[in-house]
Design a protein around this ligand. Structure first.
Ligand code: ARG
Length: 385
């Protein structure tokens, strides 16, 4: 069995292709080319079971998939996605080069660009990383607890750092269908990591926090018109709360609220003092301030909310039903101060879209939250079947 056994049920490729091509060619103003193209695609599917997207279909399909990503607040910019066609690449060393190019193109000296790199639907390798840049979880409170299982896999493959810190960038791991595994350390320019300081509290930098500039999800499956791309890393730029509230604030992540509150001199013995809320605000101010000062793109959750409302208005103007997953799109702090909190969103999944991929047993990376939701979650790839 191939390592990427994401096949759609026989008979479902053409219907999905047909719907996609209708929409894609209409949106691109290419309706005069549609019927000839559909004939070709139908024949290709009959002969081979699938079809190859033209570069225009691929590029617009990727942008549609972003537009349809119900959990993303940043979708106003869906048209700006840069699509890199890496479908010809199969050699691990070339894959690593393509991933490095992705990061360098996306970082863009701090003016982060949204980029997606598309590998072959029939690639005989799988990329095991959750994101292209992520910090190791060494256990015992060192590093990012969310990466502890994957870090262990890397350790078993021989990856070690000395000394271990809270912010060691993990290697890329590729598993091939012949059972071999290849690792490569990405080259991260110092400017791709931002040291976190606070505009008013000089002690803040003693916490030694930093975060990376480019959030690039690399473990989701992209489906466009019946073609499944199992390796399609994509990135946007950060909204501050992703780092300040979640990555630093969550108890099961870096869990920094108690330390920040203590340094602020807050009464942590009684939740009536709202010490968590005060610490959250200052953590988030520090993240936004530090990214801005470093010249690295970041959005605050108020501006991001306004942009999302603008996205909804534009979708309506184009006669498209806009969809969203309320609990994901509402920012994780000061939620009622965001207009999204007061709006109703329909969480309907339409294609093209991104889905969580099935957990590959050889990866040794098991995301319990995802496993529990398996089968129920509309974004799990299995639900397409
Ligand atoms: N929330 C994730 C993180 O903090 C990143 C998800 C994608 N975010 C984005 N702004 N495109 O690492």
């Amino acid at each position: 069995m191939s390592i990427n056994s994401y096949s759609l049920p026989a008979g479902s490729v053409w219907p999905r292709a047909s719907v996609f091509l209708d929409q894609c060619y209409a949106e691109l103003g290419l309706l005069d080319e549609l019927s000839a193209r559909k004939q070709d695609v139908e024949r290709e599917i009959l002969e081979t079971g699938s079809y190859v997207h033209t570069i225009r279909e691929l590029a617009h399909g990727c942008r549609m998939a972003w537009r349809n990503s119900n959990r993303c607040i940043g979708r106003l910019y869906w048209k700006s996605l840069k699509v890199v066609d890496a479908r010809e690449i199969n050699e691990p060393s070339h894959v690593f080069d393509a991933l490095q190019n992705h990061l360098d193109l996306a970082f863009n000296k701090g003016e982060v660009l949204s980029v997606i790199t598309i590998f072959s639907p029939r690639a005989d390798f799988q990329l095991l990383n959750h994101q292209l840049i992520r910090f190791a979880g060494h256990g015992n409170g060192k590093g990012d607890p969310a990466e502890e299982v994957f870090t262990k896999t890397c350790n078993q493959l021989g990856w070690e750092v000395d000394p271990k810190t809270d912010f060691d960038v993990l290697p890329w791991v590729i598993s091939k269908s012949d059972g071999t595994t290849v690792m490569h350390q990405p080259s991260i320019q110092p400017e791709m990591l931002v040291d976190i300081k606070h505009p008013d509290f000089p002690w803040f930098e003693d916490l030694g926090l930093k975060w990376y500039a480019v959030p690039a999800i690399s473990d989701m499956v992209l489906e466009i018109g019946g073609v499944v791309y199992p390796i399609a890393p994509f990135n946007g730029w950060y909204m501050g709360t992703e780092i300040g509230s979640r990555n630093f604030g969550d108890v099961h992540r870096y869990n920094k609220l108690p330390e920040v509150a203590l340094r602020m001199g807050l009464d942590t013995s009684n939740s009536d003092s709202l010490w968590k809320d005060k610490a959250l605000v200052e953590l988030n101010r520090a993240v936004i301030y530090s990214f801005r000062k470093a010249g690295v793109a970041i959005e605050n959750h108020h501006d991001a909310s306004e942009q999302f409302m603008q996205f909804l208005r534009l979708e309506e103007q184009h006669g498209r039903e806009s969809t969203g997953d309320w609990s994901w799109v509402v920012p994780p702090m000061s939620s009622s101060a965001s207009p999204i909190f007061h709006s109703e969103l329909v969480n309907k999944v339409v294609g093209p879209n991104f889905f969580y991929r099935s957990i590959i047993p050889s990866a040794g990376r098991v995301d319990t939250a995802q496993t529990q939701k398996k089968g129920k979650c509309p974004f799990h790839f299995n639900s397409l079947k």
